[in-house]
Design a protein around this ligand. Structure first.
Ligand code: MG
Length: 164
């Protein structure tokens, strides 16, 4: 049984006028923001799936269904914290996280440090163990018009003890 595992998460949300632009738990100054039943934070959703994936748990939609009153409209930070808790119950803790945010909407680079700090706090990691990269989408349809954000996240997890 390996003492390390890697998990991959992906998410995509439309960007709509008048929505707060919350990514990685940080509100960016921008005219559009990710749509969704809660804050639409695609960065936290992708990382949540990376964490649960590495820990051998179900995906975000199964663990935290939006038709469950406990999770309906929930702050995405609460979902990620809950996922880290479930992973810990299964004997895994995050080792490092790397994230690619691809969008023609908000500029990510000026906010990288704030997003890294936010993610490090949520994951219980040092900032050095959290990386974030912004990419453009080379001019493609809705993505090119800044009407969507896509996120890929990978999370290394280390085994801290056998599963219960
Ligand atoms: Mg999502």
């Amino acid at each position: 049984m390996s003492g390390i595992r890697v998990g991959l998460g992906f998410d995509i949300h439309r960007l709509e006028e008048g929505r707060p632009c919350v990514l990685g738990g940080v509100e960016l100054p921008h005219t559009t923001g990710p749509a969704g039943h809660s804050d639409g934070d695609a960065v936290l959703h992708a990382i949540t799936d990376a964490v649960t994936g590495a820990a051998g748990l179900d995906d975000i939609g199964t663990l935290f269904p939006d038709d469950d009153p406990r999770w309906k409209g929930a702050d995405s930070r609460a979902l990620l914290r809950a996922a880290v808790g479930l992973a810990a119950d299964a004997g895994w803790r995050p080792g490092n996280v790397d994230v690619v945010i691809a969008t023609e909407g908000p500029k990510i680079k000026p906010h990288r440090a704030a997003i890294r700090a936010s993610l490090a706090e949520l994951l219980g990691l040092d900032v050095d163990d959290v990386n974030v990269k912004g990419k453009t989408l080379e001019g493609m349809t809705e993505l090119a018009e800044g009407r969507a954000v896509t996120v890929h996240a990978v999370c290394l997890m280390t085994r801290v003890r056998p599963a219960d």
